[in-house]
Write a protein that binds this ligand. Structure first.
Ligand SMILES: Cc1cc2nc3c(=O)[nH]c(=O)nc-3n(C[C@H](O)[C@H](O)[C@H](O)COP(=O)(O)OP(=O)(O)OC[C@H]3O[C@@H](n4cnc5c(N)ncnc54)[C@H](O)[C@@H]3O)c2cc1C
Length: 478
């Protein structure tokens, strides 16, 4: 980030910024790229393999995708995501990837500086979002090429860094570096303010307008604190006409809600195991680490612990062969490491000691409490109690979006305001072609908050927001 932007920012400004993006992960980065005047056009020589889409693209040659009707273009597209615009942008960037092909994107990018919309991207950490919190050696679930942002392929970036994909997947560390580098390479750094945490977003009812005149834009106040180089915290406050929520869903881990969960040896983040291993707090000779959960984060923790020969007790609520377990939905050929964990979960249950030394699984066990003397008490499927001495506990049972900075923690914005906000079951209710909240004008949501859970698909939300904001700009009186 340029120092002038940071200085201006920390002084807090009364002049409204047109757009404030909260969250600097792949969603926020992609949107910043588009708002910086990078405009996508279909290459004149490109032929899209989807015949209907090709026919529609050919109807408006030379018109940028951002200026076309996204509803019309995306109609009839199908794929691994519910959002039509996400499917559209993905199909333009990776035309035949779901058929195992490797066709080049049909898009070409032109920088049209006069169309750039000034914006600020606020983020707690470095640009890259959740990817800076994921253990760097973990391999992505998605193919490496699906982790890329517009106009910079991951494989080309890796090649320049003299690195490669692993069995067509990338490490989380490389992906975090790729996102950070993307911001620099694409000249976006001056928009990004890292170390800025938003603690409040407020808005009032717009003033009543003159009948017949366009309604006034709402005005939002975005406040928080900025951590400075000397680690002190300085408050800030910004005014803006548009707020984009791009805060992801990984900052607020789900909790068991049992006694002892706040004890110092109980954690909700894999990085705690890394830190404890690095410091020698847990070693191959320690009591086992207890890992609670049966999703991919828990599996990553098991793999990490085994890599360092740290003994593990692995407890989860469901039976091992429950079809709802994520392992049963992953192809074996592509994800051998996760299938290995699943096999261990099956073969090394508490009742049948077997080949995997230092690992013990507890299917259908519910944690009841953690005691100060580092004991974990469980209830088994028969209602009996089991007690284990542990060195550290990792509760990895998912996470929730944290919108505590919004009035009512954003509950009113969800599809079903009566239910808790959830990326998978109850995301923020947005218009599918603008990603603007259906409840509040000027408030947008992208990424998992809007129900798009993979990097490949979060970019469609950014396209929809950029298209909507560009339209608003052209409607403004001169
Ligand atoms: C372990 C793990 C593995 C994954 N593997 C894959 C994979 O293989 N493929 C794939 O496509 N996806 C994967 N995902 C999902 C992927 O991480 C998300 O889809 C993606 O990062 C979402 O991008 P985002 O920009 O919307 O949010 P995020 O990447 O979550 O970024 C949001 C950022 O906003 C910041 N923020 C939140 N609140 C505030 C605030 N109040 N003030 C300032 N900043 C704030 C957060 O700290 C965070 O850095 C994985 C996720 C995890 C946790």
């Amino acid at each position: 980030m340029s120092s002038s932007r940071r200085d201006h920012f920390s002084a807090s400004s009364l002049e409204p910024v047109p757009v404030v993006i909260i969250g600097n992960g792949p969603s926020g980065i992609c949107l910043s790229y588009l708002l910086s005047g990078h405009i996508p056009y279909v290459r004149p020589d490109a032929v899209h393999p989807h015949p209907l889409l090709q026919r529609k693209l050919a109807e408006a040659p030379g018109v940028s995708i951002l200026d076309q009707d996204l509803d019309y273009l995306s109609e009839g597209l199908e794929g691994r995501c519910q959002s039509p615009v996400a499917l559209l942008f993905d199909a333009l960037l990776r035309p035949d990837t779901d058929f195992g092909g490797n066709l080049e994107s049909v898009l070409t990018w032109r920088q049209e500086k006069q169309r750039a919309i000034p914006h600020v991207v606020l983020g707690r950490n470095l640009p890259g979002g959740a990817w800076h919190s994921i253990e760097g050696s973990m391999v992505t679930l998605s193919q490496g090429q699906w982790m890329g942002l517009p106009d910079l392929q991951v494989k080309d970036w890796l090649q320049k860094k003299r690195r490669g994909l692993r069995n067509s997947r990338a490490t989380a560390g490389d992906i975090a570096r790729y996102y950070r580098d993307y911001v620099v390479k694409k000249g976006l750094s001056h928009n990004f303010i890292s170390g800025a945490v938003v603690t409040s977003v407020q808005w009032g009812a717009p003033e009543p307008s003159v009948p017949g005149a366009p309604g006034p834009s709402p005005l939002f106040q975005v406040s928080g604190f900025l951590t400075t180089k000397d680690q002190s915290q300085r408050p800030f406050s910004l005014w803006t006409h548009n707020v984009v929520l791009a805060t992801g869903t990984f900052d607020s881990p789900a909790r068991l809600g049992i006694p002892g969960e706040d004890l110092p040896f109980v954690h909700h983040d894999l990085s705690a195991l890394e830190a404890a291993t690095r410091k020698g707090v847990v070693t191959p000779a320690s009591d086992p680490v207890l890992i609670v959960g049966a999703g991919l984060s828990a599996a990553d923790a098991v793999l990490f612990a085994r890599h360092y020969n740290i003994p593990v007790v692995h407890a989860f609520r469901r039976p091992v062969d429950d079809p709802g377990l994520v392992f049963n939905q992953l192809p074996k050929m592509l994800y051998p490491e996760y299938h290995k964990v699943h096999q261990m979960m099956r073969e090394q249950s508490f009742l049948s000691p077997s080949p995997y030394q230092g690992y013990r699984s507890l299917p259908e066990h519910r944690p009841l409490l953690f005691k100060e003397d580092s004991q974990a008490v469980f209830q088994d499927a028969q209602g009996g109690q089991q007690v284990f001495a542990v060195s550290l506990v990792l509760v990895l049972i998912g996470s929730h979006p944290d919108l505590s900075f919004l009035p009512g923690a954003g509950a009113d914005l969800a599809m079903d305001p009566e239910q808790p906000l959830s990326a998978k079951r109850n995301p923020i209710d947005v218009d599918p072609f603008t990603y603007q909240s259906t409840r509040q004008e000027g408030l947008y949501a992208v990424g998992p908050l809007a129900g798009d859970n993979f990097v490949r698909f979060v970019q469609g939300g950014a396209l929809a927001v950029a298209s909507s904001l560009l339209r608003k700009e052209t409607r403004k009186p001169p």
